[in-house]
Design a protein around this ligand. Structure first.
Ligand code: B12
Ligand code: SF4
Length: 456
């Protein structure tokens, strides 16, 4: 079959991200013997015109659309992305008889609602590699399921079945030339249970780690064939408690593969020795999902660590000279005026880091936050969540929260509230050839009085 794979993502904040999931699906589809073509909405000057031209020239049997983001999870400056997918589906319908299949993380979070909005033929929830190729197989034999079917895999792929992405040379070159970085996934799954998080539902609760040798081979290909100089490990959490990330780093060191890299970390379990191993393999910057800024709200978000772990992790990276950024969300379960003030002081005490501060937490289905929001009547009955609703604790008023966060963080160059406040400048820096999120340019310089207050 001829399969046109379309990335619908046009979000550019904090930088345009290469469609990694679609490229992993592409690897499986090609391995199954189908012909694949790519269309990337990010780089289409006139998306509608270029898509029409691609569809009419390629005449595909199937169009697979990757739906990455529902919205930007930022209640201070909302952006929504599903309308773009609706337009793509309409455009394909007007110009082709191809079957239209949706997949991707945003689709997997709200499958029924996105199917209804787009009127695609099929949707695949979760990992696309096997489910999509099986659907193509059935279709090739004339055995398409009824239109509107949403397929859900019965289990998760074995780690050995998770493929290397098919990095498209021209497409990746475009991303890399626009300030983006290369992306590699080392594992899927997260066994933790944070109150707002949909990641375990997207990837499963058990860690499924890819073979470190194959991961390092991917990095070599990205460096040598594609000229990548910076990469992001896209795992939900890079430093898993099982330590599979250490095996990846040790394999990099053994093979003498070094590249500038970054990842999402949870702020616990990081020792100076581990940071040393990271530095040897090229760690440049660490993004910490600290999430809440004091113990009461960390408990409210059901995080697996305490504020002192955030401080220890901060210091372990700081002492090695690694740039680090914390992400915080104010207004979660358990937030009160007192915890807000405590959290602001705690954030002020962090040395040498940047911080991105969000207000409210986007409620996603099948999360504990969803249940809490229903119980507390924050979420209207039968709300389908395609339109974003943000949880703000009933014990803190939205206006007071916004004013307090603005007044507290405005004077601090390294704390960004709202988190996208520097987007215009970032785009300019990307045009000038800088790569990635670039928050390392904002880092606070060490403040001895803050340090000594913490470490008397
Ligand atoms: C890493 C990551 C980032 C990194 C990306 C770095 C990089 N270089 O790639 C950074 C920090 C930059 C980032 C930013 C953002 N992110 Co983000 N990110 C993730 C994360 C953790 C992993 C994404 C990933 O690469 N996964 C690996 C690939 C292999 O998996 P996948 O894309 O899901 O693909 C699989 C399936 O979905 C499916 N599939 C994919 N496409 C297709 C197509 C078809 C046809 C089929 C059948 C199947 C299929 O098969 C694939 C293989 O199994 C996810 C959460 C998660 N665990 O999924 C959030 C997530 C994707 N991000 C999200 C969001 C919101 C954002 C931001 C908008 C946040 C913000 N305000 O800045 C931005 C947008 C950036 C952009 N330009 O698009 C949301 C999207 C859903 C939503 N709530 O709207 C997620 C799901 C997190 C969440 N639960 O809220 N992100
Ligand atoms: S927030 Fe991070 S650590 Fe918590 S469940 Fe989600 S992916 Fe796992």
């Amino acid at each position: 079959m001829k399969v046109l794979l379309i990335s619908s993502n046009t979000a550019t904040s904090p930088y345009p991200v290469y469609p990694l999931g679609l490229s992993m699906v592409a690897a499986s589809v090609r391995k199954a013997g189908h012909e694949i073509l790519l269309f990337d909405s990010m780089h289409a000057g006139s998306p509608e015109k270029e898509l029409v031209s691609k569809i009419t020239s390629a005449d595909p049997d199937v169009a697979g659309i990757s739906v990455r983001n529902i919205d930007n999870v930022n209640m201070m400056h909302e952006e929504r992305y599903i309308d773009r997918v609706v337009e793509i589906v309409r455009c394909i319908r007007r110009h082709s008889r191809a079957k239209i299949v949706l997949g991707g993380p945003a689709f997997s979070i709200l499958p029924e609602r996105i199917m209804e909005a787009t009127r695609a033929d099929y949707g695949i929830v979760g990992e696309g590699e096997t489910a999509f190729t099986e659907l193509l197989e059935a279709g090739a034999g004339g055995d398409w399921p009824p239109a509107g079917t949403i397929l859900r895999g019965e289990g998760w792929l074995d780690p050995a079945e998770i493929p290397s992405a098919l990095y498209d040379e021209q497409l990746l070159a475009k991303y890399l030339s626009q300030g983006s970085v290369a992306s590699v996934q080392t594992k899927r799954g997260c066994p933790l249970n944070c109150v707002y998080c949909s990641y375990p539902a997207l990837e499963g609760a058990a860690i499924r780690a890819r073979d470190p040798k194959r991961i390092v081979r991917d990095i070599e290909v990205l460096k040598e064939k594609h000229g990548a100089s910076f990469l992001f490990f896209t795992d939900s959490v890079f430093n898993d408690d099982e330590g599979t990330y250490l095996e990846v780093l040790e394999e990099m060191r053994r093979r003498n593969v070094k590249i500038n890299w970054s990842a999402f970390f949870k702020p616990s379990g990081i020792t100076p020795e581990i940071v040393q191993l990271m530095v040897e393999t090229g760690l440049q910057a660490a993004e910490l999902g600290s999430d809440a800024a004091c113990d009461a709200t960390l408990r409210g978000q059901m995080k697996s660590f305490e504020w002192r772990d955030v401080l220890r992790t901060n210091d372990a990276f700081r002492d090695a000279g690694i740039a680090l950024a914390h992400y915080f969300m104010f207004g979660g379960p358990g937030e009160t005026r007192d915890t807000v003030l405590e959290g602001i002081n705690n954030i002020r005490s962090l040395d040498c880091s940047a911080a991105f501060v969000f207000m409210g937490i986007r409620i996603l289905p099948d999360t504990r936050l969803h249940d809490i929001a229903r119980r507390e009547n924050i979420l209207p009955e039968n709300h389908d969540l395609l339109e974003p609703v943000y949880y703000i604790s009933p014990d803190v008023e939205r206006d007071w929260l916004e004013k307090t966060l603005t007044a507290s963080f405005k004077p601090l160059r390294h704390v960004l509230f709202p988190p996208d406040m520097l987007d215009d400048k970032l785009q300019l820096l990307h045009k000038l050839g800088h790569k990635g999120a670039l928050w390392d340019l904002l880092r606070a310089t060490p403040a001895p009085q803050r340090k000594s207050a913490r470490n008397p």
